[in-house]
Write a protein that binds this ligand. Sequence first.
Ligand code: NAD
Ligand code: 6OD
Length: 500
Amino acid sequence: MVDTPVIDKTAAARAARFRHFIDGEMVESADGRMFEKRRPFDNSLVGMVSEAGRAEVDAAVMAARNALNGPWKGISVEERSDMMRAVADGINKRFDDFVEAEFNDTGQPKTMMSHAFVPRGAANFKSFADVVKSVAGEAFQTPTPDGAGAINYSIRKPKGVIGVISPWNAPFLLMTWKVAPALACGNTVVVKPSEETPGTATLLGEVMNDVGIPKGVYNVVHGFGPESAGAFLTEHPEVDAITFTGETRTGTAIMKAAAVGTRDVSFEMGGKNSALVFADADIDKAVEGLTRSIFLNCGQVCLGTERVLVERPIFDEVVARMKAVAESLRPGHPEDKHTNFGPLISQEHRDKVLSYYAKAKAEGATIVTGGGVPDLPGDLAKGSWVQPTIWTGLADDASPVREEIFGPCCHIRPFDSEGEAVRVANDTEYGLATSIWTSDLSRAHRVAQEIDVGITWVNSWFLRDLRTPFGGSKQSGIGREGGVHSLEFYTELRNICVKL
Ligand code: NAD
Ligand code: 6OD
């Protein structure tokens, strides 16, 4: 357990409460343990979050188990699909509340919530409502020595109680990306959202009740990772499988917990993604795409670019244009319509990002722009802000080039041949995503097949079709989710052989 922080009791008494959602009820921890949730942009208090101990995690897991064996069991695929659509409608009905909750959680400009993260959370439920209804099983006619034959066919069964461990960077999108397929496939879930972002997972509990999802099907426990709710959930023997999005080293800890009882895991983890810009690219489009992939969400997107490789003839131009873009970004109050650049999630994460800004300098980078903290007025100065930052001139083995920073920063490096670009792009322990900018389609296909990542974009970035396989190679992940691929994890395939 994490020590209870020193809390201003008067402010805490006035603040909102984020309770666990267990068996259809909002409940506090029996020992009253709580921690603070603060707004990233000015460090003001959003509310107090209950911290689950083993007892609350156990209650949530047992509620999920009972629902699995009880009211959720007899529900047909068609009914479940309709219910998932009702959840999506329920989210849309309370759209503004979700935008507000996600805004308090992450502090990003509200347009991000209302145009992308909240609609996408609802879309996840609709998408998997369709997927589960349209997947066929397989059947084989099998010859037998007596000539009568046999028929083999397969069915899919829910895997059971799924532990969902989610991160803070796009909390609602990433949590629903797992909860929606899990429930659509007939499982029940216990969600442990990030300690940084308790809002939308809690609110979703209210929607589940409003639309009549049986109690215990969706549960939420709040808390931290090690020796707290995250570890208690992943160690719980009644959790049948664990789906996790977060840092690779957290995945390693969770995999150890899952080894007890040989439980299945699906992991979406860190990255050190490259972008390859060839001299024949449409530079305007490439710069626009790079801008989004480096600075969107203050660089806190797992698919974001931290290594930009540019063919030498256009290197200086791309660096100059990226510098101009970075310097035009406007940090500020996230509700101000001119603000297009938000804060990092927390002071702790800011310390991490700033430590890389210092390392880049120490390891000999040319700082093209940024490298520090922006000057902001009033209470905003208390927020977790950093400047958009671009470096050139670092060695391929420099730590800011090798390690995931998860901030609004990148290193830009020139290359002289396609082979060199591919070699450098692959020179990483991660393998989540890449983007290739070129007008030569043959080259695009050729290079795409050579880069060891789960997701490649050509002349685009973060263009998502929810039916496609999503996940990372190497240390960026285990398994694929999305469309029918989610069924591989959230259901168990069983074969039935009938002798004729
Ligand atoms: P994190 O690993 O610190 O935390 C993620 C979740 O795991 C949180 O809920 C946390 O409380 C929990 N946790 C931590 N330690 C645990 C433990 N020992 N046992 C059980 N649970 C534990 O990650 P984060 O900082 O919240 O998110 C940022 C990271 O997530 C980055 O590395 C980013 O690349 C990655 N990410 C990956 C994807 C993807 O799809 N591949 C998507 C988003 C984020
Ligand atoms: O779009 C998605 O489905 C997805 N999982 C996005 C991940 C974003 C990471 O920050």
